[in-house]
Design a protein around this ligand. Structure first.
Ligand code: ZN
Length: 465
């Protein structure tokens, strides 16, 4: 497998730190609002990367944080007259709902910045002891970028060039800096109470500490959007490598921007969409499919036309899979005929094509083309006269490839209101007859259908979970 590494600007063969294992860290969102579709791209892309490693038999440890210490969270909390935790908890829950809609596998761990303060203070102490950080007169702790000789190696920037760019910028509130590129590790503000210290951490230290705690000093892949290369990821490297004395991540992966109608997404241009808004118009499966229709390192343009095209493309796959399932239920046994063996060979070539595309820096666009070709082959070769062996093989093979893309091929059965009302009436009757076992059974059945019951004074209420 080859991965494009931002650090070396080359595609490199993937060699894990530990054989058979992949340790992956993906920078997560700051939780002060619903996530937007720009946030969704890395989530979908790196979930697909993870799934492909799993397909290849690797054991993947996938860690992605939620930044719940931030000025934007505090601002929103003040506006609403609640505490910051209320805001971050709410939007973490909403983000997880969106992720479920996009069929993103839950991370092995989603650490929260507020729960990792002690680890951050430990790493900051180490950096001060080793001479990489200093305390300014006002108590702010800064990282001294000049002390880290490799500073700039990820973003391929030179400190002196960076310095001249800073000359015109007036830095306010950070007069204690020894160098304009130095960055905050800790601010002694009484914003956040913690059993370790009064103050708040800088953003960058969060990820260095979480990666170390949950994945170790040396990890395989560190990923995020390309806007994080500088300064965020550059600063993470400076912190982690100075504190741990070891190389941090072997491969740095970054996805390109998402534009809207060929313009940069921004609130002021009015072309800003949350994932939740998209979900009102489309199944989020369509959004996922759209995101994977381009290579992750290519800029991607979001437009209504392209979403429609993705919807149709996805539909073709779902319909093809539906046909295969129907055929499988109808056809009888028998081993593959000579003609089917011939078609199986063609299909295996397409599977190889899919794997070659994914092995080449996760080219999902070409991998999806291979799925389309398989669906075409299946549509033209599966009939009532096919053998079960052939139909099942074809179905399972395409399913495996769809799983990596996170495509759910079985359409969700629609639960009708009338069906729910009928079952509730049956449950009420069972309770009246004191048949509580049956009443509980019906409640369980409804739960399996995603219906939650609530017994209130006004009677039984129900909602979809
Ligand atoms: Zn990060």
């Amino acid at each position: 497998m080859k991965i494009y590494n931002t650090l070396t600007k080359r595609k490199e063969e993937f060699v894990p730190v530990e054989p058979g294992k992949v340790k992956m860290y993906v920078c997560g969102p700051t939780v002060y609002n619903f996530i937007h579709i720009g946030n969704a791209r890395p989530m979908i892309v790196f979930d697909t990367v993870r799934r492909y490693f799993e397909y290849k038999g690797y054991d993947v440890n996938y860690v992605s944080n939620f930044t719940d210490v931030d000025d934007k969270i505090i601002k929103k909390a003040i506006e609403e007259g609640v505490d910051a935790e209320t805001i971050s908890k709410r939007y973490i829950a909403e983000c997880k709902k969106d992720m479920e809609g996009m069929n993103i596998e839950p991370a092995t761990k989603n650490p929260l910045a507020t729960e990792e303060i002690c680890g951050m203070l430990n790493m900051i102490s180490t950096l001060i002891e080793k001479g990489y950080a200093y305390v300014a007169a006002d108590g702010t702790v800064y990282y001294s970028v000049r002390k880290f000789k490799d500073y700039g190696k990820l973003s391929h920037k030179n400190l002196d060039d960076l310095q001249s760019g800073f000359r015109e910028i007036k830095v306010t509130g950070e007069e204690g800096k020894q160098d304009p590129n130095d960055f905050v590790l800790w601010k002694p503000e009484a914003v956040l109470g913690s059993r370790c210290g009064e103050g708040r951490p800088g953003w960058h230290i969060e990820c260095s500490v979480m990666a170390k705690r949950y994945l170790g000093d040396e990890i395989d892949i560190h990923a995020g959007g390309e806007d994080l290369i500088f300064p965020h990821h550059e600063n993470e490297i400076a912190q982690s490598e100075a504190a741990n004395g070891k190389p941090f991540a072997k491969y740095w992966m970054h996805n390109a921007f998402l534009n809207i109608d060929n313009k940069k997404m921004s609130k002021s241009l009015g072309n800003f969409f949350t994932v939740r808004e998209i979900s009102e118009k489309y199944d989020l499966q369509v959004l996922r499919f759209f995101m994977l229709s381009a290579h992750y390192r290519s800029p991607l343009n979001f437009s209504a036309d392209l979403m429609e095209a993705s919807k149709n493309g996805l539909e073709r796959i779902l319909t093809g899979m539906e046909k295969l399932r129907e055929a499988e239920a109808k056809v009888s046994g028998g081993t593959m005929t000579a003609e089917e063996l011939e078609n199986q060979k063609k299909a295996m070539e397409l599977v190889a094509k899919y794997e070659a595309a994914m092995d080449d820096d996760f080219n999902t666009a070409d991998a999806i083309s291979a799925i389309f070709e398989l669906i075409k082959l299946s549509n033209s070769t599966v009939s009532g006269a096919s053998t079960k062996e052939y139909v099942s093989w074809m179905k399972n093979e395409i399913q495996r490839l769809c799983d990596v893309m996170g495509i759910i091929t079985e359409k969700k059965a629609e639960v009708l209101d009338s069906e729910v009302e009928d079952l509730i009436a049956q449950r009420q009757a069972a309770r009246k007859a004191k048949n509580f076992a049956l009443a509980d059974e019906i409640r369980g059945k409804l739960l399996d259908m995603g219906i939650v019951l609530e017994d209130t004074r006004e009677g039984v209420k129900w909602k979809r979970a």
